[in-house]
Design a protein around this ligand. Structure first.
Ligand code: NDP
Ligand code: OXD
Length: 309
């Protein structure tokens, strides 16, 4: 029984030692050294080469190294009958929440302006609202959205969340479905995107959405680059409809050197590091999923391919 590991992130050695410690009876193979494809039962993957999973005739379970599974569901050759499990790791959620809190605070505290002032040697105090006067709207009020929302609330921000299905979460204003979106946008001075990338959410951060936000609103996108229409963001920032954006994910990654986001004075760029999967906390979750699967028990966080997340 072999486990195949394939990732675009350089973490194979750490994964090998974690999985071999937790499941010493398994053979751990690292792509491209896959050996006999028919001996592979499980695949632990992040952005695997297209068609790789389809080439494994005995594959039983696909485990995503990320919370998002768009990197798998977008593969036209993904073996349809094989369940996909996404990563839900409290440490990953906590890391994402740190990034979101940092991004929201940077926008709230006029960091872009003070960075520009520092470059010019300008000593100038800007008017500062209280956190309680800066409502934050979270698009994607799921595992990570709720965790981030709790931390923002602890900092004093009023937080509203938007999800696909209606939900009630004590302490938060909640909205759902296309009808709920307009109300959330109208009341949010900072919008945080933590949505999965699906057919329904692709391009959702666009000119129409930005126009529904209060003038001067800020954006934090840690969902996926495919949520954002790049040209619409630049236009909204240049027109002052938005005042700043903190971006971790991009339509093309790595962000091409010539992309205007790199040099835009109202944009902060990070290289998809908001939530980095840590083998120390994630490997036990994968091992538990495999054990439950083999015992015929339900495996938590199995993806619904029709829903797309
Ligand atoms: P969840 O599945 O737990 O939450 C997703 C949320 O989005 C749910 O609330 C869901 O609604 C909502 N949603 C989905 N589709 C729609 C829609 N069409 N309209 C409104 N709401 C919708 O996922 P996670 O919180 O674990 O992860 C979210 C995303 O964060 C990942 O898919 C990934 O893209 C991104 N991510 C980015 C990382 C980074 O490093 N930048 C790291 C980790 C994750 P409902 O509750 O009704 O299902
Ligand atoms: C994820 C990611 O989905 O790192 O976990 O983007």
């Amino acid at each position: 029984m072999a486990i195949l590991f394939s990732s675009t992130v350089d973490s194979a050695t750490r994964w090998r030692s974690e999985i071999e410690r937790l499941m010493p009876e398994r053979e751990f193979r690292i792509w491209p050294e896959i050996g006999d494809p028919a001996a592979i039962d499980y695949a632990i993957v992040w952005r695997p080469p297209r068609g790789l999973l389809a080439s494994l005739p005995k594959l039983q379970l696909i485990l995503s190294l990320g919370a998002g599974v768009d990197h798998l569901l977008s593969d036209p050759q993904l073996p349809r009958g094989v369940p996909v499990v996404r990563l839900v790791d409290p440490c990953l959620s906590a890391a994402m929440s740190e990034f979101v809190a940092l991004g929201v605070l940077r926008l709230h505290r006029h960091d872009l302006d003070y960075l520009a002032q520092q470059r010019l040697g300008t000593w100038l105090e800007r008017p500062q609202k209280n956190a309680a006067e800066r409502p934050v709207g979270i698009l994607g009020f799921g595992t990570i959205g709720e965790d981030a929302g709790g931390k923002l609330r602890a900092l004093g921000f009023p937080v509203a969340g938007w999800s696909r299905s209606a939900k009630s979460v004590p302490g938060f204003a909640t909205y759902s479905g296309p009808d709920g979106l307009a109300a959330l946008l109208a009341g949010s001075e900072i919008i945080v995107c933590l949505l999965p990338l699906t057919g329904a959410t692709v391009g959702i951060l666009n000119a129409r959405m930005f126009a529904q936000l209060p003038r001067g609103a800020g954006l934090v996108n840690a969902g996926r680059g495919g949520h954002l229409v790049d040209a619409d963001l630049i236009a909204a920032l240049d027109a002052g409809q938005l005042s700043g954006a903190v971006l971790d994910v991009f339509n093309t990654e790595p962000l091409p050197p010539e992309h205007p986001f790199w040099r835009h004075p109202r944009i902060l760029v990070t290289p998809h590091i908001a939530g980095i999967t840590n083998p120390a906390s994630a490997a036990p979750i994968m091992a538990e999923a495999i054990r439950r699967f083999e015992a015929g028990l339900p495996v938590a966080h199995t993806v619904d391919p029709a829903r797309g997340y």
